[in-house]
Design a protein around this ligand. Structure first.
Ligand SMILES: NC(=O)c1ccc[n+]([C@@H]2O[C@H](COP(=O)([O-])OP(=O)(O)OC[C@H]3O[C@@H](n4cnc5c(N)ncnc54)[C@H](O)[C@@H]3O)[C@@H](O)[C@H]2O)c1
Length: 243
């Protein structure tokens, strides 16, 4: 119970990594606000079955007012916000020469501006309470990936945002780190053709796709007091993908 009594907001928590992160933080004792476009009733049910506590909220991270309302709800109901996990993300893949402006805009809106929208009100609250843990979910694709110019640009942007936040908030005992998942088995990746899947697995030294729980375990560590001296870092969770 490393997060006993902590108040945590997880974005994109209806499925995939976000759901696993919400479940893990609740399992560690946090009270979790699980946010997603249509709320997260199933995630909440799973948290309850595991003996944890949480609430579900409707949250569109592309809407700054919606993000501010989510942080305000945490403060109104629980008096503070200790942990923010910016996980919500989408992909709209296309080769650069075919990338439509709408595909560019949509990915930047969710994956980069969405992180800023939640981070700003959360950081403001964390400065006041002089405590906070922020984890932003970037991606191994931040270094560049064929067919993912929009996604890679957004995920690289998240790293700059993470490091700047870490510098600005360090004196308030607020840490901010990013995680770069590699190839994790979720709805986002299940759609890839079997041949591509095999190519991806062949590139992973540990020889398997990651599970959402692999990322959730890293988030639990970075949001715990065990990681109080770690800030501004990018942690790869990719089975050795980048070696
Ligand atoms: N799966 C992977 O292999 C992988 C690898 C690297 C990084 N990531 C990143 O991890 C995060 C989660 O990925 P996933 O695989 O679980 O994806 P997913 O598609 O399974 O889940 C994403 C969740 O985000 C929510 N969401 C989308 N737009 C939103 C918005 N505007 N406001 C609030 N919620 C919104 C969706 O409703 C969904 O529940 C993303 O940021 C993704 O880029 C995933």
């Amino acid at each position: 119970m490393r997060l006993q009594g902590r108040i945590a907001l997880v974005t994109g928590a209806a499925r995939g990594l976000g759901r696993a992160i919400a479940l893990k933080l609740a399992h560690e004792g946090a009270i979790v606000l699980a946010g997603d476009l249509q709320g997260c009733p199933e995630t909440l049910e799973l948290i309850g079955k595991d003996g944890g506590q949480g609430v579900t909220i409707q949250l569109d991270v592309t809407d700054a007012a919606s993000a501010r309302a989510a942080v305000a709800e945490a403060v109104r109901n629980f008096g503070r916000l200790d942990i923010l996990v910016n996980n919500a993300g989408i992909n709209r893949d296309a080769m650069l020469h075919k990338l439509e402006p709408q595909q560019w805009d949509a990915v930047i809106a969710v994956n980069l501006t969405g992180v800023f929208n939640c981070l700003q009100p959360a950081a403001t609250q964390m400065r006041v309470q002089q405590y906070g843990r922020i984890v932003n979910i970037s991606s191994a694709a931040w270094e560049g990936n064929i067919g993912q110019a929009n996604y890679a640009a957004a995920k690289a942007g998240v790293i700059g945002l993470t490091k700047t936040t870490a510098r600005e908030l360090a004196k308030f005992a607020v840490t901010c780190n990013a995680i770069a998942p590699g190839f994790i088995e979720t709805d986002m990746t299940r759609g890839v053709p079997p041949k591509v899947w095999d190519v991806m697995i062949a590139k992973i030294p540990l020889g398997r796709a990651g599970q959402p729980s692999d990322v959730a375990n890293a988030v639990a560590f970075l949001t715990s007091d065990e990681a109080s001296y770690i800030t501004g870092e990018l942690l790869a969770v990719g089975g050795g993908f980048r070696i």
